[in-house]
Design a protein around this ligand. Structure first.
Ligand code: XLS
Ligand code: NI
Ligand code: NI
Length: 442
């Protein structure tokens, strides 16, 4: 394959220089080659770059057009531009030491005038991506279909009141599954951007949810038919762009999957900013998914506490990430998932260098959080505290309760004859917060 020109000139592979480094374009905590428990940090963290933000984001917002101008975007032929853009993307993935990338079908190839033309465009870029993956060793964490940008999806895709749109979306996802398989994608994501409603005045909520479930079953069946073994992931979000999205949060996602007999086929892709929008902490969403054995992958970003929408910022809040990591590691990790930077540059961050700085910060924060979480778990003080707190359920009548051997009658008898009034015990929140602070700043 012909070697493409360098796009990020003047920026080489980002080196690891350690916590005291004064170099902006260097990792302070993420040493991809560092070995921990027989695996490199690169293998542990499974970082991924989100194509849509990193290479399709222009900084536009509802009040003004894009501010970010990349030289490769100036060509006239959209397919050639798409190829050069992809060359630049893989150069970036390599220089930033990201082992994975993620995309929506329409991020990488222009939509045509018909589905057939869109599929042909996609095939060309998939062939190109395949070569680039081979040349760089960068792999596909997940693929997905954009079922929200085109006006045909304004009232939803799988939940559209028009069966014609449902059919179109089905055809689009069929193709997206094929190309994800073609590139060796390890997962496939459903984010239902417009699978919700703007007003109940025009909505049959029950029928829309039934249709969404039918759609998911068709995806499961088709994956089986073509031998796609990747993990299916649902990415919950409560709202935006819709007023209400059906996959509101992990808990409602679990209820939906179980209602429709889909729970065996799906896990969750949890996005930090979506958790915030649902009124939850990031760690809460991770714990809810982990409790159901459905923790799949992470869309690594952050919101702004003062803004009520998905600002998709890079997350450098080590405290938040350490708590998240503790929960992820306790759950046994992400399996085929990873940490995908579904995060974008601020509108005034227009330098190519800013794209590197943003990801360096995000990766360093996660690497640091990973190390801190491992220390916290190795020392075991927090876990021990929690275990002790529930120890009355480890033996005697407590164990009987857990094992289903106790009844209201047996417990009433116990309280009346033996136990009497319980002795309150402190929850010790302040002690635990102080302990966490010691780990973070000790
Ligand atoms: C939007 C979502 C989206 C998904 C992929 O809020 O985060 O980017 O991750 O469709
Ligand atoms: Ni996301
Ligand atoms: Ni999002």
């Amino acid at each position: 394959m012909k070697k493409s020109p360098e796009h990020f000139r003047g920026i080489g592979r980002i080196p690891y220089e350690g916590p005291r480094s004064g170099t902006a374009l260097a990792f302070k905590h993420y040493d991809p080659t560092e070995r921990i428990d027989g695996k490199t940090l690169k293998e542990h963290l499974r970082f991924s770059i989100a194509y849509w933000h990193a290479f399709r984001g222009t900084g536009s917002d509802p009040f003004g057009p894009g501010t970010i101008v990349r030289p490769w975007e100036s060509g006239k032929d959209p397919l050639s531009v798409a190829k050069v853009r992809m060359d630049a993307a893989f150069e970036f993935f390599t220089k930033i030491e990201s082992p994975y990338w993620c995309f929506h079908d329409r991020d990488i190839a222009p939509e045509g005038r018909s589905l057939a033309e869109s599929n042909r465009n996609l095939d060309k870029l998939i062939a190109h991506a395949k070569q680039l993956q081979k040349a760089t060793g960068v792999k596909l964490l997940w693929g997905t279909a954009n079922l929200f940008s085109n006006p045909r999806y304004m009232c939803g895709a799988a939940t559209n009141p028009d069966a014609h749109v449902f059919a179109y979306a089905a055809a689009q996802v069929k193709k997206a599954l094929e190309v994800t398989k073609e590139l060796g994608g390890e997962n496939y994501v459903f984010w239902g951007g417009r699978e919700g409603y703007e007003t109940l005045l025009n909505t049959n909520l029950k029928r829309e949810q039934d249709h969404l479930a039918r759609f998911m079953h068709m995806a499961v069946d088709y994956a089986k038919a073509i031998g796609f073994k990747g993990q299916f992931l649902i990415e919950p979000k409560p709202k935006e762009p819709t007023k209400h999205q059906y996959d509101f949060d992990v808990a409602s996602g679990i209820a939906f999957l179980r209602t429709y007999g889909l729970e065996k086929h799906f896990k969750f892709n949890i996005e930090t900013n979506h958790a915030t929008l649902a009124g939850h902490s990031f760690q809460h969403e991770i714990e809810v998914a982990a409790a159901a054995g459905m923790l799949g992958s992470i869309d690594a970003n952050a919101g702004d506490q003062l803004l009520g929408w998905d600002t998709d910022q890079f997350n450098t809040d080590v405290r938040e990430l350490t708590l998240a990591m503790v929960s992820i590691l306790k759950a046994g990790g992400l399996g085929t998932g990873g940490f995908n930077f579904d995060a974008k540059l601020r509108r005034p961050s227009i330098d190519p260098e800013d794209l590197f700085l943003a990801h360096i910060g995000g990766m360093d924060a996660y690497a640091l959080a990973f190390k801190l979480a491992r220390r916290i778990l190795a020392e075991g003080k927090l876990e021990q505290f929690v275990a002790d707190r529930y120890s009355s359920f480890d033996s005697d009548y407590g164990r009987d309760i857990e094992k289903g051997k106790a009844t209201f009658q047996s417990l009433e008898k116990l309280v009346l004859t033996k136990l009497g009034e319980p002795t309150p015990r402190s929850g010790k929140q302040e002690y635990l917060e102080n302990l966490l602070m010691q780990y973070l700043h000790g």
